[in-house]
Design a protein around this ligand. Structure first.
Ligand SMILES: C[S@@+](CC[C@H](N)C(=O)[O-])C[C@H]1O[C@@H](n2cnc3c(N)ncnc32)[C@H](O)[C@@H]1O
Length: 262
């Protein structure tokens, strides 16, 4: 099998259809679990089009959210959606955060760590910019154990011999890998949590448009008409519809949090 294209985040409208609803469902559970107080300073690393940043703002009354992403296209949508003065949106790299050390009460990555070229470096950067006693937290889809919302698509592409683009570092989605990394970085009071979510599509076409046509990997552009028709047939057979035609898909994420030593 040829190597698949790396996933690029260059179409924020497609991301909004494809992943943002999932991000909001899991992000809500993540925020419930973090249970942050009001008035904190946050860094939201890999903020994307602002799906999770908006939730921090709506739910956690932050003093400041420094939201940073490597994709100008994603940030452009975040800028359109978010005008609150507490939120500062910047372009930048999770592996070299442009902030002084010990600056934030809370550093978070929502659905990002498995995309960072070196997850250890990305997590170490979050620790560096967090104040002593502050929290460092992350979640990603449980991609190795079939928890990604795209796992049906990945499985069927694999079955057809068509390389599916996956995040480059899915191994870091394992609880064991996360716990080892948070321990190695000296974080205390480490806890993990599985976040289980579901999304209901109005019918198969809604699923196809949201989860196949809109994927950032641009899958359909790489398929012949016959392959695309076969993929559609296989997914339709795999995803049973309710009596009213709706399709419900489940996903799960692995989350971790820990405190920087005071
Ligand atoms: C799946 S999206 C998550 C976006 C948002 N946090 C959410 O929950 O919807 C992953 C984001 O990570 C960003 N990203 C990937 N690698 C990055 C890096 N090294 N530095 C900064 N951002 C990165 C991508 O541009 C993309 O917007």
């Amino acid at each position: 099998m040829a190597s698949p294209e790396p996933i690029k985040f260059t179409d924020s409208a497609a991301y909004e259809r494809f992943m943002a609803p999932w991000s909001r469902s899991a992000g809500n559970l993540f925020l419930d679990w973090l249970a942050p107080g009001p008035g904190l300073s946050w860094v939201d690393v890999g903020c994307g089009n602002g799906a999770f940043t908006e939730m921090i703002l709506a739910r956690s009354a932050p003093m400041l959210v420094s939201a940073i992403d490597a994709s100008e296209a994603q940030l452009a949508m975040a800028r359109q959606k978010i005008s609150a003065k507490q939120v500062e949106l910047s372009i930048g790299d999770a592996m070299a955060l442009p902030y002084d050390g010990s600056r934030f009460d809370l550093a978070v990555m929502a659905l990002v760590l498995f995309f960072v070229p070196d997850p250890r470096k990305g997590a170490a950067e979050m620790v560096r910019v967090t104040k002593p006693g502050g929290m460092v937290a992350s979640y990603t889809w449980d991609a190795v154990r079939g928890g990604s919302p795209t796992h049906h698509l990945w499985d069927e592409l694999d079955a057809l011999g068509i390389p599916a683009s996956r995040p480059p570092n899915v191994e870091i989605s394992r609880f064991e890998a996360l716990k080892a990394l948070w321990a190695e970085l000296g974080l205390r009071d480490v806890e993990t949590r599985e976040l289980v979510v579901e999304r209901t599509f109005s019918d198969f076409d809604d699923y196809w448009l949201s989860m196949v046509v809109s994927t950032p990997a641009g899958i359909l552009a790489r398929l012949s008409d016959a392959e695309s028709a076969e993929l559609r047939r296989r997914l339709q057979a795999r995803l049973p519809a309710s009596a009213t035609g709706e399709i419900t898909v489940h996903a799960s994420a692995t989350a971790i949090k820990g405190r920087k030593a005071a």
